[in-house]
Design a protein around this ligand. Structure first.
Ligand SMILES: [Zn+2]
Length: 263
């Protein structure tokens, strides 16, 4: 069979048309596929799991407290056999920090490990972090029968430093220690300051938490470590309220008022 030119042309035309349609279909499928991918990507971006925020509930900071565990590094402080003041006061200081942070305070420390820090530098550190109260924690030692808690405040004997020291001594006495005195200056001279609190610009005190030379005081120190830390933190908290938050009622006061209103 012979095909005419006309027929050949029409067959070629049809083939061309078929080819074009196939191409169009392929192009459409490709576009649809692109669209589907775009929708999936958009959906993923919109609904992907959000990362958890690091701080879920930020507590407002009430104030800044500086805690100075005495001695450290090559200065062991007082000792009793293998027991060193620098280790006792670091343990207690870190526990005090935990309780204070629980009460909404920002706490800075002169040291958080066994390191040497100049005594004068501790007051400077407290000033530089704008601390509102500063407590230097130590332990006492006596050749004779020393026992109990005492505190020292700068020789200027400000009412606020005295309040801080008295509150801490009383709180530790309630925790089991014998109560000794609060004095301005040093043990030997009321006109001289201990370097840790000599240049502080905020109310400050240096507290001697029992005698390391006294077995009973060491028992009180070790067995009630948490209560002692809590006592110091409570005393700092109460002092802070008196000086910086007058008129702000405590949670306990608010609860008491509420229960009175109900009763
Ligand atoms: Zn000391």
């Amino acid at each position: 069979m012979q095909l005419t030119d006309e027929e050949i042309r029409s067959i070629l035309k049809r083939e061309k048309l078929k080819k074009r349609r196939k191409q169009q279909t392929r192009r459409r499928l490709f576009l649809i596929l692109l669209l589907i991918i775009a929708i999936i990507v958009a959906a993923f971006i919109k609904f992907r799991p959000q990362p958890e925020p690091l701080v879920t509930e930020e507590q407002p900071v009430r104030g800044v407290i500086f805690i100075d565990p005495g001695h450290g590094g090559d200065d062991p402080g007082s000792d009793n056999g293998a027991r060193y003041e620098k280790e006792d006061v670091l343990k207690l200081g870190l526990a005090v920090r935990t309780y204070l942070e629980g009460k909404g305070f920002e706490v800075h420390m002169s040291r958080i490990s066994d390191e040497s820090v100049d005594r004068e530098l501790r007051a400077q550190m407290a000033n530089e972090c704008n601390a509102q109260l500063m407590v230097s924690i130590h332990r006492n030692k006596a050749d004779g029968k020393g026992e109990g808690v005492e505190a020292f405040i700068p020789k200027t004997d400000s009412e606020e430093s005295r309040l801080l020291a008295v509150n801490i001594v009383k709180a530790l006495a309630e925790a089991g220690f014998a109560e000794r005195t609060v004095r301005a200056g040093t043990l030997n001279d009321p006109a001289v300051d201990y370097p840790e609190i000599a240049a502080t610009t905020m109310p400050s005190c240096l507290v001697e938490v029992g005698f390391i030379s006294n077995m009973d005081d060491n028992k009180r120190f070790d067995n009630n470590l948490d209560q002692n830390a809590q006592a110091i933190a409570d005393a700092v908290d109460n002092t802070f309220r008196t000086i910086y938050e007058p008129g702000v009622e405590t949670d306990e006061q608010a609860q008491e008022e509420e229960s009175q209103a109900k009763g």
